[in-house]
Design a protein around this ligand. Structure first.
Ligand code: HEC
Ligand code: HEC
Length: 729
């Protein structure tokens, strides 16, 4: 590793150019630095709205639901009004307020109030979604997005994002050919529905790591030794670079230009413009004069790795706005955007060719390329699997610590692998993907190791019996202890299945939400977590908004081991709590058919105080707790969705999943999440046309995930940008 000597300035100057390209905020998203900014937006949009639509029932004299809106401080930092505002937003989002019979507010008004409240909550450091880490795109009311008769105009602004950690890793790994010494500068966004959303800051540690990586990579690209006065490459040194290190001759302009061109091609997959070529050649010369041949050349080559284009995803658009005020992304931008949407790699040759030949200038041309990549067996399908995994969140099973004394067969990693495999299986069929994911009773069971474990057990058992027959005395009373974990027990099986996937009893298992991986992920270390599971369903399937736990509430269930979970949850039925908890509890109960390891059960074990009291040895020493089976209550209720096809009581988990899976609303909410994942942002009203087309494509193709992706990636929201007004001069 070579020293961080001067003159790093030239390098850093190039890099500063990158920072200046930080993303402009989208035209519809507020961001408040000060209370005054927030207050001014509040006075402009929210206050008149509340006066017009709400004040008659929520004032000092007549405060329905104990809510006086005029007394509710719009400064969420100064007061504890945040939870109350969260409630207001929720009422607006679900359309519950103003109540039926009152004039409906215009959608634009609703959105403005919602966005003010979200931005203000963020400013106050208490974003509504603090706890759940679910940056809730659902805040845009569902009907605004899916009403075909009223489609708001597209308004998505230009975007510049940094690469995802995965893309950066693939990129640098490609360059360093797997050599160590490259650190990951980026970490995933913590607070969003999907990990790769938003535009996290490029702060000091990130830039330092980027510079260090660039230098390390260039060092590998240019490694050389001098033998008998001759410069020779070491490892995979590129010949265009070798010529620059000749100890006898300074590089010529032609050689410098060739090196710059080579580096642009390697890093950016394009040739430098004449201006860039001149600039980098000049930089290289200056660096050579200041720091000598080796360091000078390397710093200049490293600067290419730090160009904005190498570190950011540019989706700005080029050319003149069309009649709708939109500019289309430049063909190269589209090529990179498509590649990054479907893989972690940079665009392949065919995609770059499509960009160069004008194929990406039409939506049909884009769709054709997306189709090609999706159908190509060589395209790594991890991006799609990652979507499903992050959407369902079952991989969090690894983060929930479980006591092995309660279930020695528990193995979170295996459970996740099994669910991953099931997802891939459903994606391979590519028919009614969501419905299958929510209802299939097929399952993989320790599929990676099942066959081997079975074989090994049989061999060991045979050996054990041979030895036992030969020496009965020695083996007296001994039995064979099977090798490996019997993970199948969690699935309710008696052995590893011979064929995979295996069909589990249909009244027990229905889709991912009944897979042990998901149930474990949505539980605590010692118990089920019906509230959390219900919140998941409310947000991810029903598209609802659940206000965050108010900081004043001590969110603890009573410690009462002799009661069932449902009995303990009765505390949340107090009027104040129920306003939020009715959105979660009822849709979380049906999963009580499983224990917190994901095992199907027909009764809940609770402490039996009387039997425990009697459980003593003859000397009166207590022998420990005794449990009893409390009757299982896994009934639930779907309500507060506003969709008669969904609302109503739920008998059991299988019926529950079937109802959800056949709902158009649920399908649309799934499409909304796919939108968020593939565009890396939350939907806004202007994306209604894209969402409706994507949902139609999904329906018309018998629920094909590929068709859904093709539609999203060739949509207006993906391919166009509306520049903010000030840049339209
Ligand atoms: C015609 C009368 C009426 C109008 C107009 C009205 N509300 Fe309400 N609101 C009620 C009643 C009645 C309740 C209490 C019953 C309930 O909780 O469903 C309530 C409850 C609420 C609650 C729950 C209070 C809490 O924190 O527990 C919120 C929040 C709310 N309204 C917000 C609004 C907003 C925002 C508007 C304007 C868009 C509005 N309401 C317009 C009658 C009204
Ligand atoms: C403004 C909405 C809101 C109100 C009001 C509210 N809660 Fe909650 N509560 C939540 C949310 C959101 C969660 C988190 C669910 C999750 O785990 O993601 C939660 C979780 C809980 C939990 C589970 C905690 C855990 O992590 O295990 C308990 C217990 C609870 N609340 C009790 C109460 C009680 C008691 C009240 C009334 C005194 C109350 N809550 C009022 C929104 C609310």
């Amino acid at each position: 590793m070579f020293r961080f000597a001067l003159p790093a300035l030239a390098l850093v100057a190039v890099f500063l150019g990158a920072r200046a390209a930080d993303p402009p905020a989208g035209p519809t998203e507020f961001k408040f630095e000060t209370a005054a900014q927030s207050k001014s937006e509040f006075d402009k949009s929210a206050a008149p709205f509340l006066t017009k639509h709400c004040a008659e029932c929520h004032n000092a004299k007549n405060a329905k639901g104990d809510l006086d809106l005029a007394a509710l401080d719009p400064d969420m930092k100064a007061t504890t009004s945040g939870a109350r505002w969260a409630m207001v937003v929720e009422k607006l989002a679900t359309g519950e307020m103003p109540p039926k019979g009152k004039p409906r507010p215009a959608d634009a008004e609703l959105v403005a109030v919602g966005q003010w409240a979200h931005a203000e909550a963020k400013r106050a450091g208490r974003p509504f979604t603090r706890r759940a880490a679910y940056a809730n795109g659902n805040a845009v009311p569902h009907h605004v997005l899916f009403d075909p008769k009223n489609v708001p105009p597209f308004d998505g602004g230009p975007r510049v994002r940094r690469l995802s950690p995965e893309i950066y890793a693939a990129f640098t790994n490609d360059l360093a050919k797997g050599r160590p010494g490259i650190g990951q500068p980026f970490s995933p966004e913590g607070k969003s529905t999907f990990k790769d959303m938003g535009a996290p800051k490029m702060d000091e540690p990130v830039t330092a790591q980027l510079i260090q990586n660039a230098l390390a990579i260039v060092e590998l690209q240019t490694a050389y030794k001098v033998e008998d006065g001759q410069v020779k490459g070491v490892g995979f040194t590129q010949k265009e670079f070798l010529a620059l290190f000749d100890p006898k001759n300074l590089p010529t302009d032609v050689q410098l230009e060739a090196a710059v061109a080579k580096q642009f091609d390697t890093i950016l997959k394009r040739q430098p413009t004449a201006e860039e070529k001149a600039r980098f050649v000049a930089l290289m010369k200056k660096n050579i004069t200041d720091a000598g041949q080796t360091v000078g050349v390397r710093y200049a080559l490293a600067a290419v790795l730090l160009l904005p284009e190498a570190v950011f995803r540019m989706e700005v658009g080029a050319g003149k706005p069309d009649a709708k005020g939109r500019v289309r992304l430049a063909p190269r931008e589209i090529a990179f955007a498509l590649a990054y949407a479907l893989t972690d790699k940079r665009p392949d040759a065919e995609l770059l060719k499509a960009a160069a030949t004008g194929e990406l200038d039409t939506d049909a041309g884009v769709a054709k390329q997306v189709r090609r990549l999706l159908d190509d067996p060589k395209t790594d399908k991890t991006r799609i699997l990652r979507f499903i995994r992050e959407y369902f969140g079952y991989d969090a099973a690894l983060e929930v610590f479980k006591d092995s004394k309660d279930n020695p067969e528990h193995d979170a990693r295996v459970l996740i692998e099994d669910t991953d495999r099931l997802v891939l299986y459903v994606l391979e069929q590519d028919r009614q993907v969501l419905k299958e994911l929510l209802t299939t009773n097929k399952s993989f069971v320790a599929y990676k190791t099942a066959a081997d474990t079975k074989k090994k057990r049989a061999e060991e058992l045979a050996k054990f019996e041979r030895e036992k027959a030969a020496n009965p005395e020695k083996f007296k009373g001994k039995t064979y202890k099977p090798f490996g974990k019997s993970v199948y027990e969690v699935y309710g099986l008696k052995d590893f299945p011979d064929t995979q996937p295996v069909e589990l009893p249909a009244e027990q298992r229905a889709g991912i939400l009944t897979q042990p991986a998901w149930l474990v992920a949505q539980s605590t270390s010692f118990d089920n977590h019906a509230i959390h599971r219900g919140k998941w369903v409310r947000e991810r399937l029903l598209g609802g908004v659940v206000p965050d736990v108010p900081i004043t509430v001590d969110a603890q269930l009573p410690d009462a081991p002799h009661k069932t979970l449902r009995e303990r949850m009765a505390v949340t039925q107090q009027e104040y709590c129920w306003k939020c908890h009715r959105l979660m509890n009822d849709v979380g109960y049906p999963f009580e058919q499983f224990d917190h390891f994901g095992r199907f059960r027909t009764a809940e074990k609770v402490l039996d105080p009387v039997a425990t009291e009697k459980n003593k040895d003859p000397k009166g020493k207590p022998l420990g707790p005794v449990t009893r089976d409390a009757p299982q209550d896994a009934t639930g209720l779907i309500a507060h969705v506003g969709d008669p096809a969904l609302d109503g009581p739920v008998k059991n988990v299988a019926e529950y999943m079937k109802r959800l899976a056949s709902s158009e609303r649920v399908e649309q909410v799934f499409v909304r999440h796919a939108f968020r994942y593939w565009t890396s942002r939350n939907e806004s009203p202007g994306d209604a046309a894209t969402l409706q087309a994507a949902h139609k494509a999904y329906r018309d193709s018998n629920g094909s995930m590929k068709a859904l992706i093709v539609s999203l990636l060739s949509s207006e929201s993906f391919l166009y940008r509306v520049p903010p007004p000030e840049s339209n001069k």
